[in-house]
Design a protein around this ligand. Structure first.
Ligand code: SD4
Length: 327
């Protein structure tokens, strides 16, 4: 009889063999030389205003890094976006705690997690990247750093979010596994006209999470990964799932082996579903978005609620429905 290990090893070898045959490793690096340098921005969910802010930077021949930061700052400042920044839904203790990270074409990166009292964690993450020797600062340390950098402290809990929290407290049921359509963390990827690829991701995390919980969004490799020679990926949904499979990094590595961004996103979602089993995975809302250094886009999600916003010279802030595993 086969052990479960030998079965899954065979499955793995089958997948690896397919990948290797279809996409020989000699393709590595091909992306960089074929880049057409057409600017493009993609972001998770319906985010035309964020894309517009990023596009403004790219149209002025600016850096992809500035574009993704400017884009991410838009939902961070919007009180009606209850998954990001100001107005984000709080944890179960009523605290709005924010996670964010940013990464450039040379794999420089900065990240903050469990930050309270600052509206723009993405800009604090960028300051971590550019002004410290570290990649990640969390909690009080990140807040102390933000204050020293001149970021202004402010209250992030709006009346509406406080009301939603008080309502939640009545039953205090945390159901992150059945929440389709409720996620609107922004992951934003941009390619500038110099062929540089950068990404940013920012969120207030899962509503009513435990105090101190950190999701995938500030974790380099889980909620965001960028390799300027290959491509970039970002994620939204139940963060614990993306962390388990190092989702965004896995997608970029699959692209390095020659998979299209679409095929790579699909493989990451299928990997997650194989591990969870279809029954349980049906209740998981997870989506990935990817961009190759040649400007090719991929998007795939577990359930059919995910959409993303694309801006290119041909398509101005178009909202596109992603394909999904469960229809
Ligand atoms: C998290 N991935 O903290 C985030 C949640 C999310 O829209 O995507 N919310 O797990």
């Amino acid at each position: 009889m086969n052990s479960p290990h030998s079965t899954s090893r065979r499955k793995f070898l089958k997948i690896s063999a397919l990948t290797a045959t279809a996409f020989p490793l000699s393709n590595v690096g091909a992306f960089a030389t074929e880049a057409q340098n057409k600017p493009i921005v993609i972001s998770t969910w319906r985010n035309p205003d964020a894309n517009a802010a990023a596009w403004k930077v790219l149209q002025a021949n600016g850096r992809a890094l500035d574009a993704v930061e400017q884009g991410a700052r838009v939902p961070e400042a919007n009180p009606n976006d209850t998954s990001v920044g100001y107005g984000g839904l709080p944890d179960r203790e009523g605290c709005v705690t924010l996670d964010a990270c940013i990464m450039d074409e040379k794999s420089n990166c900065g990240s903050v997690a469990f930050v309270q009292g600052y509206k723009h964690p993405i800009s604090i993450a960028r300051a971590v990247m550019e002004k410290t020797q570290h990649v990640m600062l969390v909690g009080k340390g990140a807040e102390k750093f933000a204050a020293a950098q001149g970021f202004k402290k402010q209250k992030l809990l709006t009346k509406e979010s406080e009301k939603a929290w008080k309502e939640w407290l009545k039953k205090s049921e945390y159901k992150p596994y059945h929440n389709p359509g409720q996620h609107d963390t922004i992951g934003i990827l941009a390619l500038d006209s110099n062929g540089n690829l950068c990404g940013a991701c920012t969120t207030s995390g899962m509503a009513f999470k435990m105090h101190g919980r950190v999701g995938d969004s500030p974790i380099i490799g889980a909620g965001l990964y960028v390799d300027g020679e290959v491509g970039a990926a970002t994620a939204t949904g139940v963060g614990e799932e993306m962390i388990r499979i190092a989702g965004s990094n896995s997608i970029v590595e699959l692209m390095r082996q020659g998979l299209t961004p679409q095929a790579a996103c699909e493989e990451a979602i299928k990997r997650l579903i194989r591990k969870r089993g279809e029954e349980r995975a049906k209740e998981l809302s997870v989506a990935f978005l990817a961009l190759s250094v040649t400007g090719e886009v991929g998007a795939y999600s577990t359930n059919d609620v995910f959409e993303y916003t694309l801006t290119s010279p041909e398509k101005i802030h178009s909202v596109i429905r992603s394909d999904s595993y469960f229809k």
